[in-house]
Write a protein that binds this ligand. Structure first.
Ligand code: LLP
Length: 435
């Protein structure tokens, strides 16, 4: 949440833990994940579905937002299934205790090895395209129990968000084209190894409008009806994720409750209009579950003033731990974690430490005069930050701690310099001694 907890020393506190003290203990930069915020968001989704779609909904955590054992374990404990898009995310989810029958494997180019792993683990596969469908038909031709699949379609629904994260428009790399869907239904109905139980679509991410998801429900329900004509017993409808979150005061997303209500009302209205039974309803939020549950703490370092233009304040991380500003021009805000009551008298550009001019965390940040060595914190960095982190410039990825009730537990160890060269090989032919 944007309203920060402040303790008696006027320090930022998350989950009852003093953020500068966490940095002193676990190092910098540091991802600080608030357990209660994550659990609360999981419960808000589940409770809203219980209210508007009782007994027939399943919420999946889109683990691409942040895949690690602890986060998947918490989502699982809260009764969520997991959406995965790679062997790596699948293994993480299963290792964290996710039920295979509540683990859904997405992706537009799953490898043979990934499809094999899906078969062995008996998770559900959301089939994206003809190539994958034919591979699966072959792989499953002789298996004893059929593989449970859903089909992903491109619904042709537009929404307003960054171009890179729109997925529902017709010119998208994901999903079957609506024109081909009947052919797909015909093919699937002939495959003894495939049990197709539903349809899936995802229209995009960081969406603040509700109407696109309402419209999506109608489109999907009509496709369920078409599929039934091919003898496919369609029990499930997965409506994707996409609800936006608040990064700064300028953002005003709908609540989780409002989003769920819209989706449920859309499905119920479309089913009533076409006299169909209600399908089991799935959704797969990522950002709105974990985005606001984390702050990233950095330590302030060098500063530079370009007279008449701007002042730069550099921190000890940047695009390697948060690639979102440079990738999507995302805007964040910053908190002076050890001086929460200080007046915000300066406007500065908060820069990262990477060798690119574009490595800026916040272009225009309101801060008190910052001093080298002090800790600052960027809220709303739970989604697509750790999961998109890199080792650019051979910078080790930060540690992550889970905080709650005043306790902190390490959930991801900080990478060491040795970790960075662990996968490197020096061929003998180079004649370099590796000592
Ligand atoms: N389901 C599917 C099939 C998806 O592709 C995604 C996100 C989700 C669910 C979860 O969407 P969410 O509820 O988090 O909006 N890296 C970008 C976001 C990419 C989203 C990719 N797909 C960013 O940092 O903004």
């Amino acid at each position: 949440p944007l309203t920060a907890e402040v303790n008696q020393q006027e320090h930022l506190q998350v989950g009852g833990c003093d953020v500068p003290a966490l940095v002193a203990r676990f190092g910098s930069p540091l991802y600080v994940l608030d357990e209660q915020s994550l659990r609360t968001a999981c419960r808000q989704y589940r409770q809203a579905f219980e209210h508007y779609y009782p007994g027939q909904a399943l919420v999946l955590y889109a683990s691409k937002a942040w895949s690690c054992l602890a986060v998947c374990a918490i989502a699982t404990q809260e009764g969520l299934g997991i959406d995965v898009v790679s062997a790596g995310e699948l293994v993480t989810a299963l290792q964290a205790g996710a039920q295979p029958s509540q683990t859904y494997f997405h992706g537009n180019n799953k490898s043979m090895a990934e499809l094999q792993l899906a078969l062995e683990s008996q998770c559900r596969v959301v089939v994206d395209n003809w190539y994958e469908l034919r591979c699966l038909a072959q792989l499953t031709a002789e298996i004893a129990a059929p593989l449970t699949i859903l089909l992903r379609l491109t619904p042709g629904i537009e929404c307003h968000t960054h171009d890179y994260i729109r997925t529902g428009h017709i010119d998208s790399k994901f999903g079957f084209d609506p024109d081909q869907l009947e052919q797909v239904f015909g093919f699937v109905s002939q495959q003894p190894g495939l049990r197709c139980i539903g349809l899936h679509a995802h229209i995009g991410s960081q969406i603040f409008e509700l109407q696109p998801h309402y419209d999506l429900a109608a489109v999907m329900v009509s496709w369920l009806q078409t599929a039934a004509r091919y003898g496919l017993a369609m029990e499930e409808l997965d409506i994707g994720g996409g609800l936006g979150i608040r990064y700064t005061e300028a953002d005003d997303p709908p609540s989780i409750e409002a989003w769920v209500k819209t989706v449920c009302q859309g499905v119920v209205a479309a089913c009533e209009a076409s006299q169909q039974p209600l399908p089991r309803l799935l959704c797969e939020p990522g950002r709105s579950l974990i985005g606001t549950a984390c702050v990233t703490a950095y330590t302030v370092g060098s500063q530079k003033t370009v007279p008449g233009i701007r002042s730069y304040v550099a921190v000890d991380g940047g695009m390697s731990d948060n690639p979102r500003p440079i990738t999507y021009q995302s805007v964040y805000r910053v908190l002076a974690a050890s001086r929460m009551a200080a007046p915000l008298s300066d406007t500065v550009t908060l820069a990262g430490k990477h060798c690119e001019s574009g490595d800026v965390v916040i272009t225009s940040a309101q801060v008190p005069p910052l001093i080298a060595g002090e800790v600052i914190a960027i809220p709303a960095t739970g989604a697509y930050n750790y999961s998109m982190a890199s080792n650019y410039n051979r910078v080790p990825r930060p540690a992550a701690v889970l905080v709650g009730g005043g306790d902190a537990h390490l959930i991801i160890r900080r990478e060491t310099l040795q970790d960075l060269i662990r996968q490197d090989c020096l061929p003998d032919a180079l004649g370099v001694s590796s000592e």
